[in-house]
Design a protein around this ligand. Structure first.
Ligand code: FES
Length: 273
């Protein structure tokens, strides 16, 4: 009997012409391993980032001007003085508003709508489908054609916002090269620098960035500069998944290091100044 005759929706693995296999999968390898690791990895980041964004302590090292990316830009009167790299735009904020309220919604949107993360969480959280040749539990398949998933199309706009936030993070790193008496370099500077370079790697390897730089061009030969940039971005783009994961790790490490130094748990290792 056809799916329609059985009253089943004719989509996905139940569509006409597909083999009638009742087992969810015939795979015998550990196909569940990648989705399971993804849940653990993303879960750890979300829990850590949420807690740190709200605690409002040990986010700035006064002596060396280290500001954790989780609190940047800090533009309210609730921020400690030195951390306000862009001035004071608003008054005191209630505890339920993170001090990086200006950047967090955009960063969240940027990562949530990212083409790589979409693949990761569709597979691991929604099991849609969890792996190749493993049927998904959902009976209907509508892809990203309807609300709310059609909103994933906003990614290109979040890319521009993510670009601006990377500029802000870069400015924070530049300012951090000031020790108590002029120019200085410590381990914190190197960690902040590596983190921001990798954040640029993630931002510039974005699929939307690739489209912005070289999309819709009919003749690359007539746009040599854009062609060169597109070629560079395309090379980075093949590593987008790696940048997505590495930057989650470096964001946590950077914040954790600054938290340890800011709370006087450890002293910053100074090379100059
Ligand atoms: Fe991942 Fe744009 S940031 S595709």
């Amino acid at each position: 009997a056809t799916p329609a005759a059985r009253g089943e929706p004719a989509t996905g693995v139940r569509s006409e012409g597909r083999a009638r296999i009742t087992a969810r999968t015939l795979r015998t390898d550990r196909w569940w391993q990648t989705p399971a690791l993804t849940v653990v990895g993303l879960g750890v980041f979300v829990v850590y980032a949420t807690i740190r964004s709200f605690v409002r302590s040990a986010y700035y090292v006064e002596d060396y001007h280290y500001l954790t990316p989780f609190y940047s830009p800090c533009v309210s009167a609730s921020c400690v003085d030195g951390a306000r790299h862009f001035g004071t735009w608003v008054g005191e904020l209630p505890m339920w508003i993170p001090l990086a309220f200006l950047s967090l919604p955009f960063l969240l949107g940027f990562r949530l709508t990212c083409y790589y993360y979409r693949k990761a969480y569709y597979r691991s959280f929604w099991l849609s489908p969890p792996a190749c040749a493993v049927a998904e539990p959902h009976r209907h398949y509508t892809g990203e054609t309807r609300f709310p998933l059609i909103l994933q199309n906003s990614h290109r706009y979040f890319f521009y916002a993510g670009f601006v936030v990377s500029l802000i993070n870069t400015y924070d790193v530049v300012l951090s090269f000031r020790g108590p008496s002029g120019f200085g370099i410590g381990l914190g500077n190197l960690i902040l620098l590596i983190n921001v370079v990798l954040l640029w790697g993630y931002t510039l390897s974005c699929h939307s960035c690739r489209h912005v730089t070289g999309g819709r061009l009919r003749h690359f030969s007539k746009h040599p500069v854009r062609y060169r940039i597109w070629t560079f971005v395309s090379k980075l783009n093949t590593r987008h998944m790696q940048f997505a994961w590495i930057t989650l790790a470096t964001l946590i490490l950077t914040d954790f290091y600054i938290m340890l130094v800011a709370s006087d748990t450890i002293a910053d290792l100074r090379f100059i100044g």
